[in-house]
Structure formats: structure tokens, C-alpha cells
Design a protein around this ligand. Structure first.
Ligand SMILES: [Zn+2]
Length: 86
């Protein structure tokens, strides 16, 4: 196997729980902060950052129906994943 080509699409899929693609950027779902998708360590460093974890934790524990409606599209991917994990 040769080196795998990194694309914004492949990164968005790899980190779909935390990031989405927006134009030519990889954007954090929780911080609305863009990271350089070509540098793997920058992505993982962001995911491991305290600020990101806090925002993600808050988002996952927020049980506001209005917010859930706006997040429906986002949550569909997460739910299919949860189904696999159990
Ligand atoms: Zn973040």
C-alpha cells in the first residue's frame, strides 16, 4: 500500500464526530474553529484541548429541544455511529 492521499473529505470523515468541512476548511463542530486538515497532529491536539473537551461535553449534555432541532443533521451521523457501538 502506498501513502494514502489526505483530502479534506477524508479528514472530515475520519474526525466526523468533531469536525465538518466548510468550504476548504476543516471546522470544529463545537468551537467553530478551523484547523489545518493536512496536519494530523494539529487536529488531534485540538480534540485533546481542554476548551474543546468542555464545549463538546456541554453540547452532549445539553437537552434543549430547540437546539436538538437545529442539530438534527449533525446528529444523524453521530447516531448511526452510536448504533454500531451500542
Ligand atoms: Zn473544538
Amino acid at each position: 500500500m502506498g501513502p494514502k492521499k489526505i483530502t479534506l473529505n477524508s479528514r472530515a470523515l475520519e474526525f466526523k464526530d468533531d469536525f465538518y468541512k466548510d468550504n476548504n476548511k476543516l471546522m470544529c463542530r463545537f468551537c467553530h474553529h478551523s484547523v489545518d486538515y493536512t496536519i494530523h497532529s494539529k487536529i488531534t491536539a485540538h480534540i485533546e484541548s481542554k476548551g474543546h473537551k468542555q464545549k463538546k461535553d456541554t453540547a452532549e449534555h445539553t437537552n434543549n429541544p430547540t437546539r436538538q432541532l437545529t442539530l438534527t443533521t449533525t446528529m444523524q451521523a453521530a447516531e448511526s455511529r452510536k448504533g454500531l457501538v451500542g
